[in-house]
Design a protein around this ligand. Sequence first.
Ligand SMILES: [Fe+2]
Ligand SMILES: [Fe+2]
Length: 366
Amino acid sequence: MKSLVYLTESQGAGSRVLQALNSLYVIEEISVAKVTADDLKQSGFLLIDLAEMRESSLDRLRALLPFNPDTPSAALINVFKRQEVVQMKALGIPTFWDRGTSEETIIADIKKQFGSYGMPQLEPSVPEATAKAIEDVCQVYERLSIAYALGKPLPLKAAGNAIESVIGAINMDGLAAWLDAVEGHHSQTICHSLSVMGLVVQFSKMLALTDVERLLLGLGALYHDLGKLKIPLAVLDKPGALTPDERALINMHPKYGEEILEQHPEVPPVVRAMTLNHHEFLDGTGYPNGLSGDAISRPVRLLTICDIFSALSEKRSYKEPMSPRQAFGILWEMGDKLDRSLLSAFKDLILSVDVGAVKNQSYEAV
Ligand SMILES: [Fe+2]
Ligand SMILES: [Fe+2]
């Protein structure tokens, strides 16, 4: 899916609409002074913030007319300022919202015209139950992103139902089918969470955990990278290697997850711990708090193993995936950082899954 181009008078305007959209679409924020015809051609949706726009900026926009006719466009204006309404019409922009319009309405309208970034386009060969479960989870992700953006309660009940759907799909079609199918998702961020979720629910089954425990762990897997909602998708799904600053921003996600969860006491403690601590290591070398030993609970230990394995096995724009055997080798070499008894059990689970080729050794947990 193409990016949504957000044109403003000056870059970094940081409107609340933009903040809300950042966790739902890959946004390119471009100042009117710098925008080129190519930027417009490559956009999938054009949103122009016309509020208080200077005459020189309007001249720049007029010089770029006509905008790409295949790209839906919309403007943010102040409807009580006649001049802005006239400017919008002169630019031929068909849709507009007043700046006081709720983010909820704007998001719903954009979704209607532009589609949903989070929904996958699955191959027809994906088994039915697996395809249905992936769609269920992706819908929950979208609801989660919108709930975060609008400050509403997180969709726990729908998330629980989606996990039930994942458990049922993997029982029917198997873990390998799940991992193969989720790899087709165009968002590497969503693909990662789907993959971790499949590994966690199947690992929990292998460890003979109860249905309730399995559901909670699945929920923890779905929510574990919750803090990434505070990071623009344009960084998370960047098609290329990250800069050190971008990597540092992404490494903030457990802390960001903690900040989000402070507003949501309804989230169960197990899920909370999994979100906060999944980058901690038993020897105290992890982050964000350098926890060690018993301070790291068993559900978190289990998730950490699945999380790293998943990061190693996934295909990224800048690296090829590792085979299960090779990824397991890296986990095993991490020594006292991970729970060895859980890791021994995990070996039986993943060595039966053939999901990739041995090509690359680099590892960065996400
Ligand atoms: Fe993470
Ligand atoms: Fe992760």
